[in-house]
Design a protein around this ligand. Structure first.
Ligand code: H2U
Ligand code: ZN
Length: 346
């Protein structure tokens, strides 16, 4: 890293979203008298009769969750997107200022395990692999549907990230339109592919592997990096070593390696502040919009909110809201802290 960047304010370019992030390493010593969150309570019961995701229990919508033994997928009882939402396009006054369109899609919930007390960090690779298979199968099924352009798989973990329930689960939102993040990442990857005739994230990974300073961990098929342009303090990206657009295109070995790297990221996070680490994570496969996507590389993002302890989080407020994203600790420092956490985990 440029030595001037280690201690001085600078901006870094995010080529994936084609935007800048402000890095202010000089600011890490500032005192804190603001909000501290209480440490998240750890759930210990393996079955909670009150939990709507535990096998055999009644959900809020009145449907009963099956007595499942591995993973379990159901239609979200309070779905944000519906398959039968009416199609319409409107532009009141034809001025382009009051534009709306009907949006349809499918929202599902995926239970990762029947055990209420587990997390991806506590599950074995053998237990996570079926989760990977379910994600892949859901992507195949929903991605093949007419009127679905994107399948967004994600997990909100921890109350701080808005997870409604500690039972290990994630969601899928499949939509007719490409979501904003995908539009931005598609544009970034296309520009790079057209200019360099190379896949942005493949070229980026080769560079990160050569430099090493932002690499957290790796296995045969995947590498975990704190992106050069990371916004959240301990944000990481999982990148496949091979150019592959989607989960379902991965080999058996790669899918197991993906399960292993997910477990590693989640359990490393839990070591950072010795607390169950909250995060939003999600998969970014190529769009299912019937276009070719030679520019797209599959990847997963982890966006954890914690900054300085189990109870002090990063807020995206002030300049971040009104100007643009900003961070204090550098991605290189964060990567070093994550490597140390991984070593403590053993
Ligand atoms: P989160 O914990 O990430 O919010 O996901 C839980 C989802 O589960 C949420 O989208 C749904 C909510 O709509 N849900 C049901 O489908 N049925 C229920 O009985 C409760 C919650
Ligand atoms: Zn439960």
């Amino acid at each position: 890293m440029n030595p001037l960047a280690e201690k001085n304010p600078h901006r870094r370019f995010n080529p994936l979203r084609r935007e800048w992030v402000l890095v202010s390493p000089n600011r890490t010593q500032r005192p804190w008298q603001g909000q501290t969150e209480t440490k998240a309570a750890v759930d210990v019961v393996s079955y909670d009769p009150e939990c709507y995701l535990c096998p055999g229990n009644l959900r809020a919508g009145g449907v009963r969750t099956e007595k499942y033994t591995s993973t379990y997928v159901f239609e979200n009882d309070f779905a944000a997107l519906k398959p039968d939402a009416p199609r319409f396009e409107s532009d009141e006054d034809d001025a382009g200022l009051l534009v709306a369109e009907g949006e349809s899609g499918v929202c599902r919930v995926i239970c990762f395990s029947p055990r209420h007390d587990l997390t991806l960090a506590k599950m074995s690779v053998e237990e996570i692999r079926p989760v990977v298979d379910v994600w892949a199968a859901q992507c195949v099924e929903l991605g093949a549907r007419d009127g679905i352009a994107y399948v967004q798989v994600f997990e909100n973990r921890g109350a701080m990230m808005g997870a409604s329930n500690p039972h290990p689960h994630g969601q899928i939102w499949a939509s007719r339109s490409l979501p904003n993040e995908i539009v931005a990442e598609l544009a970034g990857q296309k520009v790079y592919f057209e200019e360099k005739d190379e896949v942005l994230l493949c070229a980026y990974l080769a560079l990160e592997e050569k430099l090493g300073e932002r690499v957290v961990t790796a296995n045969e098929s995947f590498v975990v990096v704190v992106p050069f342009w990371a916004v959240w303090p301990f944000e990481v990206m999982i990148l496949p070593r091979r150019h592959v657009a989607r989960l379902e295109e991965m080999t058996d070995v790669e899918k197991t390696d993906f399960a292993a790297i997910l477990r590693e990221v989640a359990s490393t996070y839990d070591q950072v502040f010795d607390t169950p680490f909250p995060y939003s994570m999600g998969l970014h496969p190529a769009p299912y919009d019937e276009q070719d996507h030679p520019e797209w590389q599959f990847h997963a993002h982890f966006y954890p909110p914690l900054l300085r302890s189990a109870t002090i989080r990063k807020f995206m407020v002030g300049f971040e809201l009104l100007g643009g994203p900003q961070r204090d600790i550098t991605p290189e420092t964060a990567a070093e802290m994550l490597r140390q956490a991984a070593a403590r985990r053993g």
